[in-house]
Every structure is written in structure tokens, then in C-alpha cells.
Design a protein around this ligand. Sequence first.
Ligand code: PCA
Length: 328
Amino acid sequence: MNISTHARKLGFAVAALAMSASVTFAAEKWDMPLAYSATNYHSENAAAFAKAVTERTKGELEIVTHASGSLFKGGEIFGAVRKGLAPIGERLISALGNEDAIFEIDALPFLASSFDASKKLYKASKPAMEKVLDGKGLMLLYAVPWPPQGLYVNKEVKSAADMKGLKFRAYNAATSRLAELMGAVPTKIEAAELSQAFATGTAESMISSGSTGYDRKIWEHVKYWYDVNGWLPKNMVIVNKEAWAGLDEATQKIVLEEAAKAEANGWAKAQELSSWYAEQLTKNGMTVEGPGDKLRADFEAIGATMTKEWLERAGDAGKAVIDSYKAM
Ligand code: PCA
């Protein structure tokens, strides 16, 4: 091989390398932080969404989920997506009360306590939420509920007064307030850290779904779950608008289609698993029952106080959402 052939070959090789590099470069990789365990249906649903987008775009947009708060912790995900540190992520909506009161609407006790009611509340609150998100440079892709919330506790509880002084694990300001109104002592702890909190005695009670109790093997720590069935908080998947604008139209269309599928699948799964989770708690030795009359009445009174307080914070925009929900 003479020198010039060699140089030509080298030239081709460099050009080929540059071309393949530019092809790889055009493809986007989106890391998607999630707060809950990989085996939770929210995380599995997000992983299926990510896989479908990756496959349908032939890797032009690869979405990779990171469960259990491994990339950003639950409390950091919203801020990370807003700042563009992550282009996409999932967050519990009702934990965002500091961002805007509207986000607390689906954790108001007894406003919407069935899947059907919760869906209506989602429909009624979605435009207001989207407006707030838009103002923060974010876009809503889909939202999926948790099953109904119940009271986990280490002893038999017949009334709110029985909760007095108990350490209570809260997942947002609303559950903290609820604990306070019962006389319990709230501490905010993300689901990913809650086994530890119960094991060390930092928490002795909480309100959450059968889903989270099951994920965290809560029966190792507490024996009672009172199915208060007061609300069904939702997780939402949001995307940074700048990252969104960087996608071509065909890719955006695929993401929206897959988001709609993920939303429908997620709602169906939550509903399907709801009683299954309760059964698993029973199977693992827990007492699972409805709240007694007194406890239920106490919760309703607390719910009324919390709704009143929320309406004061959320103002006319909040009232308009509640009115439109009630009219549905
Ligand atoms: N599980 C989440 C939020 C609501 C729920 O059911 C948690 O306990 O953190």
C-alpha cells in the first residue's frame, strides 16, 4: 500500500467515524427520575412508557427511568425538571403545595374518595394545574393515582384522640396538617426512606395506600391498616418545556401518544391492584378494616377543617376548580 492509498483509507475511516458520531449525537437520551421502588406499578408504568418511546422512535429519543429516588430524591425531582437537570420526571402532585396551592387539591380528605370521583377531580383540576406548570416552564404528560389512603398504626385506634403523641410519617404538607389535627407528631419522609424510619422508631404511624405499605413490607413494623378511603393522590409525569422544544414533531407526537396510553394503563392498574394490596396486608398478618364510626367522624371533621384552610390559600382559582368538580 503506498502512502496516498493509506491516507485515503484513513480519510474514509475518519469520515465514517465522524458520520457515526454525528448520528449518535442526534439521538437524545432522557434520564427520568422516579421516587418510588422499581417494582411499584407507577414505576413499572413509567418504564413501559420509556421503553415504548425508545422503541417507536428507534432510539432517536431514549428514555431511561431511575427508580427509588436513585437519580434525584422524591423531594428534588420537581425542581430538577424545572431547572432542566432532568428533562422529565415523576412527582407526587400533592407534595407541591409550596409551588402552588392547586397541587394540594387531590389530598383534601373526602373531596374525592373513589376512582371515579378522583378521575373527575383530575379532569376539573387539570387546566389549572397545566397553567401553573406552564408558568414554571413545565408541561404535564400524564398523571396516575395511588389507591385510596388508609391509616397505618402500631396499635388499635378508635378515634383521632388515640393518635395523640404518636410519631407520624407524612408525605406532604396535607398529611402533616392532618397529623397535627389528630394530635400526632408529623415528620416528612419520602417513601424510599420509610422502612428505615419505621425500623428506628422515627415513625409509628402514617397515612398511605396499601400499595406503599406493601412495597415497604410495612407489616414488619405495624399491625393495623384502617381503610379510611379519604383521597387518592396522584403522581404526575412532567417534562421541561425547553427539552420538549428540542424534539422534532414526529417524536413529540409519539411521546404524547405513549403518555396517553401510560395514563390509561396506570389508572386501570391502580384500580385493579387496590384490593389486591389490601389482601397482601391481611396475608402478612395485618388487621385491615374500615375505621370505626368515631374515627371516621373525626377524620371527616378534620377533612372539613383542611378543606376550609385550603380554600383560604387557594383563593378564587381553587374555588373555581372545586365548583367545576362538583358540577360534574
Ligand atoms: N404512597 C405514597 C404517596 C401516596 C401513596 O399511596 C407515599 O406514601 O409516599
